[in-house]
Ligand binder design. Structure first.
Ligand code: GUN
Ligand code: FE
Length: 430
C-alpha cells in the first residue's frame, strides 16, 4: 500500500554522500520516496513509480537533510555573545545563568518556541539536543519538537557537582527527576522525539550520579550523550576529580555510560589520545565534531580526518551557543576551515578535511546515529532539502553539481532552502 502523505518524487539535480570520499551527483534525476523511505535516485523514472506525484525542482538542488549531532536548546537565547571566554568561565558566566531561567515554565515555553521555529526552518532535519536540568521545561521542549516534524533525541541535563547552588541538583534529586522524566516522556507517546540520558560532563557529575544514570539507560533502553575531552582546563579538572581513571572517557566507562550495548554520542573529542580513541571505537561511540564552538571557546581543533580514516563514527554539530549559529551549512564550512588551520599550524600529519568529507559528516556520518538517515540511497529515510541558488548568481552556468553544492554551502543561507522533507513529509515548501 502506498501512502500518499509521504510518497513522492523529486525531479532535479541531486547530490548525496555514499562515503566520505564518495559524493554522488546527478545532473537530472528522480529521487523516489515511497512511504517515507527512499527507493533510490534514477536517471530515468522506472515504470512502477509513474503514478506518484512529482515535484519539479529542476534549477534547484536536492540534497539529504542535515544532522546536527549536538545543540543546546536553552543556549539559543544567548547565541552570538560571550565569545571572549574559555569553556569553564563561559559556562559560569553565560550558560548556567541562562539555563537556570528554565525553572520558570512560561519563560521556557516562550524561549523554546523561538528555538524550535528556527530549527524547523533550518537545514537540520535531525538533531541531538541538550535541554536543561528541569523536567517540566524539557518535556515542553519535546512537545514543541514533536509538533515541528523534526526527528530528535532530547536530554534532561544532569549534574550534581561544580555547578552554582542556584542550578545544581542533588544526586538523588537528579536521578529521581530523570526517572520521572523518562516515564512521562514514554507516556507522552512521541513518535519523533526520543529521550536520551544526558550527564552534562564528568566535572559536573559524580560517579554515583553517572552509575544511576547508566542504570536508567538500561531500564528504559535509551542512549546517552555527553561532552568529552573538549578543553584543556576541563581535562585537567577531570584528572584531579577522577584519579583512578586512565583517560577522560574511562570516567564514563567506569560508570557504565559508555558500553557496547548502548548507543552514545560524545561531543568534541578535541584532545582524545590513542587509548580514548580505542574505547570510542570498541564501543561504537559517535563523535560529534563542533568546529566553531571549539574555536570560540579556545578548545582547539579536533583531528577529524584521522577519526574518519580510523573508521570511528563521526558527525558534525553546531553546539549552539558555543557555536553561534544553528546553521549546519556554517558547521560544514567551519569543519573545513578548522582542519586547515590545524594542519598548517600544529600538526601536518593530519591532512585537512575535503569538502566531500565535511558534507559526509553533516549527512550520512551523523545520520547513522538515527539508523538509515542522512543519504538518499535506497532504503534510507527520505529526509531532503531543496536548495535555491537564485540569491547567489554567477555567470558560470557550466558548473557541475558538486561545484554548485560546495558554492551553496559557502555562500548560501538557511533562508535559501526552498523546501524541506522529513521521512517524505513536507515541513515547508516555498
Ligand atoms: N561542557 C559542559 N557543558 C557544556 C556546554 O554547555 N557547552 C560546551 N560547549 N561544553 C560543555
Ligand atoms: Fe555542548
Amino acid at each position: 500500500m502506498i501512502n500518499t502523505e509521504n510518497s513522492l518524487i523529486l525531479h532535479g539535480p541531486v547530490a548525496y554522500s555514499r562515503g566520505p570520499d564518495e559524493l554522488i551527483t546527478f545532473e537530472d534525476a528522480y529521487a523516489v520516496c515511497v512511504n517515507g523511505v527512499s527507493e533510490g535516485v534514477f536517471e530515468s523514472l522506472p515504470e512502477e513509480y509513474r503514478g506518484l506525484p512529482v515535484e519539479d525542482v529542476r534549477g534547484k538542488l536536492i540534497i539529504p537533510g542535515l544532522v546536527d549531532l549536538h545543540i543546546h536548546a536553552p543556549q539559543y537565547q544567548f547565541r552570538g555573545i560571550g565569545m571572549d571566554m574559555e569553556l569553564l568561565p563561559w559556562l559560569a558566566s553565560y550558560a548556567f545563568p541562562e539555563e537556570a531561567r528554565y525553572a520558570d515554565i512560561d519563560y521556557a515555553a516562550a524561549a523554546y518556541a523561538m528555538f524550535v521555529k528556527e530549527l524547523r526552518h533550518s537545514a537540520t532535519t535531525r538533531a541531538c539536543v541538550f535541554a536543561t536540568a528541569h523536567k517540566a521545561a524539557t518535556l515542553k521542549l519535546m512537545e514543541l519538537l514533536e509538533e515541528s516534524g523534526l526527528v530528535t533525541f532530547v536530554g534532561k541535563v544532569c549534574m550534581d557537582r561544580n555547578v552554582p547552588d542556584y542550578y545544581v541538583e542533588s544526586t538523588e534529586g537528579s536521578l529521581s527527576a530523570t526517572g520521572e522524566w523518562l516515564s512521562e516522556a514514554e507516556k507522552a507517546g512521541f513518535l519523533n522525539t526520543h529521550p536520551i540520558i544526558t550527564p552534562r560532563f564528568t566535572p559536573a557529575c559524580t560517579r554515583e550520579l553517572m552509575r544511576g544514570l547508566a542504570e536508567l539507560s538500561r531500564e528504559y533502553a535509551v542512549p546517552v550523550q555527553s561532552h568529552l575531552s573538549e578543553n584543556l582546563s576541563e581535562i585537567e579538572l577531570v584528572k584531579e576529580l577522577e584519579p583512578d581513571t586512565s583517560c577522560y572517557a574511562d570516567s564514563y566507562v567506569r560508570a557504565g555510560l559508555i558500553r557496547k550495548d548502548c548507543p552514545s554520542v560524545m561531543v568534541h573529542c578535541v584532545w582524545s589520545g590513542e587509548e580514548e580513541l580505542s574505547i570510542l571505537k570498541e564501543n561504537g561511540v559517535f563523535i560529534a565534531h563542533s568546529p566553531e564552538s571549539n574555536i570560540n571557546l579556545c578548545s582547539g581543533a579536533a583531528p577529524v580526518k584521522k577519526y574518519l580514516e580510523a573508521g570511528l563514527n563521526t558527525g558534525l554539530a553546531t553546539d549552539v551557543a558555543g557555536g553561534s549559529s544553528t546553521s549546519m551549512f556554517s558547521a560544514i564550512r567551519n569543519a573545513v576551515f578548522a582542519s586547515k588551520l590545524r594542519f598548517r599550524l600544529y600538526d601536518g600529519s593530519v591532512k585537512p578535511l575535503t569538502f566531500s568529507e565535511a558534507f559526509y559528516l553533516a549527512t550520512k556520518g551523523g545520520g547513522a546515529f538515527f539508523g538509515k538517515a542522512g543519504s538518499l540511497e535506497k532504503g534510507y529515510m527520505f529526509d531532503a532539502l531543496i536548495l535555491d541558488e537564485s540569491r547567489i548568481p554567477t555567470m558560470r552556468t557550466d558548473m557541475n553539481i558538486a561545484e554548485r553544492l560546495e558554492r551553496f554551502v559557502y555562500l548560501g543561507h538557511d533562508n535559501d532552502i526552498a523546501g524541506k522533507l522529513v521521512c517524505g513529509k513536507k515541513l515547508f515548501w516555498k
